[in-house]
Design a protein around this ligand. Sequence first.
Ligand SMILES: Cc1ncc(COP(=O)(O)O)c(C=O)c1O
Length: 356
Amino acid sequence: MNATSSREGIVDLRSDTVTLPTEAMLERMQRAPLGDDGREGDPTVRELEARGAALTGKEAGLFVPSGTMGNLLAMLAHAERGMDVFADGGAHLFNSELGSVVTIAGLVPKSMPGRRGAMDEAALEEAIGVSSRPGLIAMETTHNGAGGAVVPLSHMARIHALGQANGIAVHLDGARLFNASVALGVPAARIAEHTDSVMVCLSKGLSAPVGSLLCGAAAFIARARGLRKLVGGTMRQSGVVAAAGLVALDTMIERLREDHAAAKRLATALTWLDPTLADPGQVQTNILRIDVAGSSHDAAAWAAGVKHQGILVQASGPAQLRLVTHRHIDNEAVARTIGAFAAVRRRPRPTDAATY
Ligand SMILES: Cc1ncc(COP(=O)(O)O)c(C=O)c1O
């Protein structure tokens, strides 16, 4: 399947979720053995769940429609309503999934200060100490809000130890766990060993069309499986999409390093345009945060300006843009993006100019 960029003339850097399935995925989807996953089971789903569990070093896996549902089931299976959930204040769980944290899981969000995705350990210890109902600690790596930062393994080990010392489970939002694995040069299981459960997304940089996996101890996954039915997440012949997930895990993990290199190239070139825009040293994986506070345009004007040239980026704040590289961002797409930023930079302030 052709890249969206070359097919439609659009370079879509808003997210790695825009990736299309590969030819190998579409082919495997057509010949996948199927069954009813709500009854005796679907053999392709079972194979995917086993593969996910093996890769993350956990006893069992559960195929879920989305990362949000995987995180929700982890909260429901680990903690009871009214308990506290501790996470970094910039966590996706608190910024984009707060509705499910509060209204469905019924947990009380305890937002911790952090640095590049890593929670302040002393603050966490203190917060757990004063909590009357500590329920769950949640980490995230790579950290979306912190620009794809990889949380250090030593930090994760200390957080896990703190959880164990206090009898609190530790869950990892590993939507981009394999990006962290490639960036650190360690197997995903070496990262997930510092957690009791992990959610990984197949539908982001790995290019599968749909789906995530929740992995953990067998008893935990059995509980999560029952809860998945409760929230309407039991699918039927879901081997059709699980087949693409198998190809993703088999063939797409190592390729992620190309996305990391593209993000670094973008950051470096943007720095040549304007040193205040990006810091290539901070780009560890496939997410690039651009700070436009010191530039002549605000984030919305930058996004509108580059969109006019066929480049889609996300304004993630009044002075911040988010660019995410993925399989469809090739060298030509990187060059076009840099050209578009250079053209917008040369333009007068939006207040002086006609609309883009
Ligand atoms: C860090 C993180 N966690 C969870 C999710 C949720 O995944 P989904 O969109 O599949 O629900 C995302 C999605 O972008 C994410 O970036």
